[in-house]
Structure formats: C-alpha cells, structure tokens
Design a binder for this molecule. Structure first.
Ligand code: HEM
Length: 183
C-alpha cells in the first residue's frame, strides 16, 4: 500500500536520532551498574553525556523543522484510536527528548562534573554548583529514562508491526533514511 511520506530531511534526522537514542539509553543504564570496569564506565559516561547534548541540539532542530513542515497525513484506514495513540507516543518522545538532556545537563553541571565537548568549546556551566539541585535533576533524569525506554519500546514495536506484519504503508512514511520516499 502506498502513502505520502516524510520529507528527506525529516527522515534523515529521524534515523540519525534513532541510532543515537538506541545507544544512549542502554549506555545510561549500564554505566551506573556497580561492578563494571572503570575504563568501560568512563568511556560510557563520556559517550552518554556528549551524545546526550548532541541529541538535545538535534531534537530542537527537529521540533523547529516539524513546526514548519507538518507531518504527512496518516493513512485513512487507521482507526481514530490508533492515530490518537500514535500522536500521543510521538508527543511523549519529543517531550522526553527535551527533559532528559536538560535534566542530565543540570545533574552533571550542578554536581560539578565535566561535559567534555562543552568544556572544549569553552562553554561555562549554566547552573550553579548545588548538591540539592543535582539530586533533584538526577531523580527527574532517572524517571524520564525509565519512561523513554517504555515509550521507545512501544514506538519500535508499532513500527515493526506496521512494517513487517500489516505492511500498510505506515512504516514507509519514514523509510528509507535517505533519498526519495516511496509513493
Ligand atoms: C536524549 C538524551 C538522553 C537519554 C535518552 C538519557 C538516558 C539515560 C538513562 C536511561 C539513564 C539511566 C537511568 C539513570 O540511572 O538515571 C541515564 C543516566 C545518566 N545520564 Fe542520561 N540521558 C540523556 C542525556 C544525558 C545528558 C545530556 C547528560 C549529561 C550531560 C546525561 C547524564 C547522565 C548521568 C550522569 C547518568 C547517571 C545517573 C546519575 O548518576 O545521575 N544524560 N541517562
């Protein structure tokens, strides 16, 4: 079945972010496990903090793009409740993708820790050093991390259902990552 797809820049941004998010979430959970080696832990922390900041920039770009270029309509055969859940899931992803890096940034900066890429650019901390603020941001980051893991699992599950089982044209709205969309 053919349906109208997303524009090439939206698809490219989606798949770049998808890969980075699917690496950043497990990195976040693994790096805080007691007993993992120090060098692996350091590498994961450096990856997680810096790619997390990059993801904030990418999601801002994506939100700006989306506000100027509305999503193509969902195929007419989708039930209203399905379209509603899809829209809610997408909204939750955008909101969590802003909350997570901002809370992560505050947790790290208020805790007095480095963010290597921003330090190399000479960007000073935008929040004061404060243990109370760091602990609050840590809790927000933790619960938002659990929430995004659940929402991403739903989103990937729905995408696979549409792409492999139903083959109803919903998956090909966002596929392929580069080049012309299928019509
Ligand atoms: C979209 C971006 C991000 C996602 C999806 C994400 C996700 C996660 C997840 C799932 C965890 C494990 C749960 C936990 O223990 O808190 C975690 C931990 C952590 N994240 Fe992120 N994160 C993101 C961005 C950032 C950024 C930008 C920073 C800092 C610059 C950061 C710093 C941390 C730290 C320090 C931890 C360890 C928990 C702690 O001790 O505070 N994260 N993250």
């Amino acid at each position: 079945m053919s349906t109208q797809g997303y524009a090439a820049p939206a698809r490219a941004l989606h798949w770049i972010m998808a890969v980075l998010i699917l690496l950043t979430i497990p990195a976040g959970f693994v790096m805080v496990q007691p007993g993992i080696g120090r060098s692996l832990q350091n590498a994961l922390f450096i990856y997680h903090k810096n790619v997390g900041v990059l993801l904030l920039l990418l999601v801002i770009l994506r939100i700006v793009w989306r506000l100027r270029n509305p999503a193509p309509p969902l195929p007419g055969h989708m039930a209203g409740w399905q379209a509603g859940i899809a829209r809610l899931t997408h909204l939750a992803l955008y909101v969590l993708l802003v909350i997570l890096p901002v809370a992560g940034y505050i947790r790290v900066r208020a805790g007095g820790f480095p963010i290597e890429s921003l330090d190399a650019l000479g960007l000073p901390a935008l929040v004061p050093r404060s243990d109370a603020l760091a602990e609050t941001a840590k809790a927000v980051h933790y619960f938002a991390g659990l929430a995004i893991a659940a929402v991403v699992a739903m989103h990937v599950g729905a995408a696979l259902l549409h792409g492999i089982v139903l083959r109803d044209g919903v998956f090909s709205r966002m596929w392929p990552p580069v080049g012309r969309a299928r019509r």
